[in-house]
Design a protein around this ligand. Structure first.
Ligand SMILES: Cc1cc2nc3c(=O)[nH]c(=O)nc-3n(C[C@H](O)[C@H](O)[C@H](O)COP(=O)(O)O)c2cc1C
Ligand code: SF4
Length: 489
């Protein structure tokens, strides 16, 4: 656990001071001294690789709003968010947000679903995003636009938010306990998996007909695709060997290639993980959770339930199988790869470094800059080993005002091909367009990682940037959120 107080980046006014701070805490993150504009800016460099052309180097990460209609169609807030995604000027839109391949696959009762009755709604999201892009950039050249397809697996809650309906591939000694699953809770059968594979095929075919350029077969954050990768203890054709654990991916890809041959495929991958974390009980008091500590796992060595972790010391990264997985993507001629890490459910500090945890989360166990650097380093390493892939990097939002300086340096120095923006886009969609076109940065819109966009859904409210986005500031959910945060926890 970090004993050095964490420097609040919002209070750091100049990039040199930020660089000194990085140096003083020994965090290796590249950072330019000044911002460049136009074609001088690496963020505006075009990319041509493997038949894919991108006109700039920033992307919008998938960001769900828990604000779809009960039948899986978008709401007005969903439409607004997608317009803002488009207005970011990013030439790669990675999936918009997680869209469930069936009702049962939803992670919450307000998640979008892809099904015949939602096709028109999803088409309107695509249209509004492209319109937002045209209006903000004046460019007729559309971004490469994907749809993230998901099955929520262990984290399914399709009907009532307070009623989890987990669909698991194997029994996990820590996560089962956290989710209250008994040892005889049923596993998804191979036959049920076959039906899910067909749901992905149907969903991809529909995405293709709706005009999306690619689909992301989501393999991250503890959801089903990710859980396959660690299904070592599962029997049968989807568990055990690496080949079996990647059968789901291969079957989904095969069906998409025959059913929607022109559709590109991407994969968002949790490149590494760590064991689940919990708040340190000895440092929790008065309703405030302590800093995160790893769940006890000494009795679980070798640790078989993680992907991208060292089985002898599972709090450490091991990229051996991650490399194997990227090699498989290359064999399958998938070149769009979005690298993320961990899971928001059991180690959020790894997945999205933040100074302020959501209301039900532990305090940061480390300087969040360490979390940013961890993801950046993994992306850098893997990109250098797989130069044919287009690697999107993740977890930049915590860098706040210094994000454009780091993003610019990261592209120039080859740490990632494209910089993905998550939370920042909820508060300030135009940050990297402003930065790379020489416009003044609007500091009041910069995401400070307050985590309200995560706290709200945990309380059954739609997500959004309640502190900084005018649209939400005085909304009814914002009032409820404030009251809930002020009350006892
Ligand atoms: C409110 C919210 C919704 C998210 N929804 C998704 C999602 O639908 N699919 C996904 O792959 N990641 C999702 N993420 C993770 C982000 O895409 C991103 O990986 C994470 O926030 C770290 O990037 P950042 O530092 O730029 O925020 C979500 C994160 C947040 C905070
Ligand atoms: S609520 Fe707004 S400021 Fe807070 S993490 Fe989310 S986007 Fe950033």
């Amino acid at each position: 656990m970090s004993v050095i107080p964490i420097l609040r980046l919002g209070a750091v006014k100049d990039v040199r001071r930020f660089q000194e701070h990085l140096h003083s805490i020994g965090v290796p993150i590249p950072c330019d001294n000044e911002l460049l504009a136009g074609r001088e800016s690496p963020l505006q460099w075009p990319l041509h690789r493997g038949g894919i052309e991108l006109a700039n180097r920033f992307a919008i990460q998938p960001m769900e709003g828990w604000d779809g209609l009960p039948d899986g169609n978008p709401s007005k807030n969903t439409v607004r968010r997608w317009r803002r995604f488009g207005s970011s000027g990013a030439k790669l839109i990675w999936g918009g947000e997680a869209v469930a391949v069936s009702h049962e696959a939803r992670a919450n009762p307000n998640q979008l679903v892809i099904a015949p009755h939602t096709h028109a709604g999803l088409a309107s999201l695509r249209a509004v995003l492209l319109e937002g892009h045209r209006e903000a950039t004046g460019s007729a050249e559309p971004p490469l636009l994907g749809l993230q397809l998901t099955h929520s697996g262990r984290y399914c809650r399709p009907n009532v938010y307070s009623q989890p309906e987990p669909k698991i591939l194997y029994h996990h000694p820590i996560l089962d306990r956290k989710l209250g699953l008994s040892p005889d809770s049923p596993l998804l059968t191979d036959q049920q998996i076959g039906a899910i594979v067909e749901d992905f095929h149907r969903a991809a075919g529909a995405a293709w007909e709706l005009g999306f350029d690619f689909v992301d077969i989501k393999h991250c954050h503890g959801y089903l695709g990710h859980e396959f990768l660690s299904a070592r203890t599962r029997d049968g054709m989807y568990g055990g060997s690496f080949e079996n654990r990647t059968r789901f991916l291969r079957e989904v890809v095969e069906g998409i290639r025959s059913g929607a041959p022109g559709l590109r495929i991407g994969v968002r991958l949790s490149a590494f993980d760590t064991v689940p974390f919990r708040p340190d009980p000895s440092l929790s008091s008065n309703g405030k959770m302590g800093p995160g500590i790893p769940e006890v796992h000494d009795h679980l060595i070798p640790y078989e339930w993680g992907f991208g972790v060292d089985s002898h010391c599972p709090t450490q990264i091991d990229l051996t199988e991650t490399r194997q997985f990227l090699g498989l993507l290359q064999e399958l001629e998938i070149s769009l790869v979005n690298l993320t890490a961990g899971s928001p459910y059991y180690n959020p500090h790894v997945q999205r470094p933040a100074l302020y945890p959501p209301s039900d989360g532990y305090q940061p166990p480390e300087d969040p800059l360490i979390g940013v650097a961890r993801q950046m380093q993994a992306a850098r390493q893997l990109k250098s080993e797989f130069p044919k892939l287009i690697v999107v990097g993740t977890a930049y939002s915590y860098l706040q005002d210094f994000l454009p300086y780091v993003a610019q340096a990261a592209i120039r120095e080859g740490w990632a091909d494209v910089i993905g923006l998550g939370r920042m886009v909820l508060s300030y969609p135009g940050l990297l367009l402003d930065a790379s076109e020489g416009r003044t940065i609007q500091h009041r819109l910069v995401c400070r990682t307050f985590s309200d966009c995560t706290t709200a859904p945990r309380m059954g409210l739609p997500s959004g940037c309640y502190p900084l986005d005018e649209h939400y500031k005085t909304s009814e959910p914002a009032v409820k959120l404030k009251a809930a945060k002020a009350g006892p926890r």
